[in-house]
Write a protein that binds this ligand. Structure first.
Ligand SMILES: NC(=O)N[C@@H](O)C(=O)O
Ligand code: NI
Length: 161
């Protein structure tokens, strides 16, 4: 029998144990470019063990809800940011860790214009767009050695609105 996970709205506070929520909210930290651009400065903690930051473009298949969550993964050597290249919400799944086993998965829905950065080592679902084109810039570690741990649940969770 699958456990059902209700999708929660994403907030800075709710997501803080897992990563950073990036958005242009409230007054900008700086006005730049002759006052014509608000800079929301340094909104994510990038963390790469003996590697470097890279920016890749992901073109991902669109997922539909309810979604069966079978797999979560984590990157022990680096953080990973998902920055949508469209003004669409997407699904973010995270879980805590207990001795190398993901626990208490949670699902969040971003608002259009929001991006996220998983802290290094955070269990998460793979990129899950809900609207086409599923196009994202992904900032993560480029380097040698393994940086991907996967965990397959014996029974999938069902993620629903
Ligand atoms: N494997 C990969 O590049 N992508 C995943 O890490 C993911 O979180 O989507
Ligand atoms: Ni990942």
């Amino acid at each position: 029998m699958s456990t059902r996970i209700r999708i929660e709205p994403l907030s800075v506070e709710a997501f803080a144990p897992y990563g950073d929520l990036m958005q242009a909210s409230g007054p900008p930290d700086k006005l730049i470019n002759l006052g014509r651009c608000g800079r929301f400065h340094d909104r994510a903690r990038l963390d790469f063990a003996d590697g470097r930051a890279g920016i890749s473009i992901f073109q991902a298949e669109v997922e539909t809800l309810p979604l069966a969550l079978q797999l979560v993964e984590r990157h022990p050597e680096g953080s990973q940011a998902f920055v949508p290249m469209s003004f669409d919400p997407f699904l973010v799944v995270v879980a805590t860790d207990a001795g190398g086993v993901p626990q208490n998965p949670r699902a969040f829905m971003t608002a259009p214009g929001q991006a996220i950065n998983f802290h290094r080592g955070t269990w998460h679902g793979v990129l899950a767009p809900l609207c086409a084109p599923g196009l994202f810039a992904v900032i993560d570690r480029i380097g040698d050695g393994a940086n991907l741990e996967e965990y397959w649940f014996d029974t999938p969770y069902i993620i629903e609105e």
